[in-house]
Write a protein that binds this ligand. Structure first.
Ligand SMILES: [Zn+2]
Length: 126
């Protein structure tokens, strides 16, 4: 074995050990969770995540909700609510109406109901 080959082997061995350590830490800390593009924190509940349309990445439901709140003009008696199927609504509460305690003033289709983002396809296969 030449000197060059021996050095190569040693280097490879050290690198493998390093990778193994990193792998164990990765499992312990569960770093496999995707990061939310809005708040940069881990998303532990992928099933409750919303597809962030700028990047097609999963984002926290609450972060998307806040983003919509910031982009819409809301009156004090109005609130953003999740209506299902990737759509949100600006709900207006009407104290003086017993027939319609609230109405949906505006519907915001946030996620494209026809498209399935890649991260959710992986999720449904599990
Ligand atoms: Zn977030």
């Amino acid at each position: 074995m030449s000197y060059r080959n021996r050095r190569k082997t040693n280097y490879g061995g050290r690198r493998n050990r390093f990778n193994r350590n990193r792998e164990t830490r990765k499992e312990r800390d569960n770093i496999n969770y995707p990061l939310c593009p809005l708040c940069k924190n881990q998303i532990k509940e992928l099933s409750a995540a919303i597809n962030y349309r700028e990047t097609e990445e999963p984002a926290h439901f609450d972060c998307i909700l806040k983003a919509i709140e910031n982009s819409e003009e809301l009156a004090s008696h109005e609130k953003i609510c999740y209506l299902g199927n990737g759509s949100f609504g600006i709900v207006r509460f009407q104290k003086d109406s017993s027939v319609f305690p609230f109405i949906i003033r505006k519907r915001i289709q946030y996620e494209d109901p026809g498209s399935l983002p890649q991260w959710r396809t992986k999720l449904s296969k599990k």
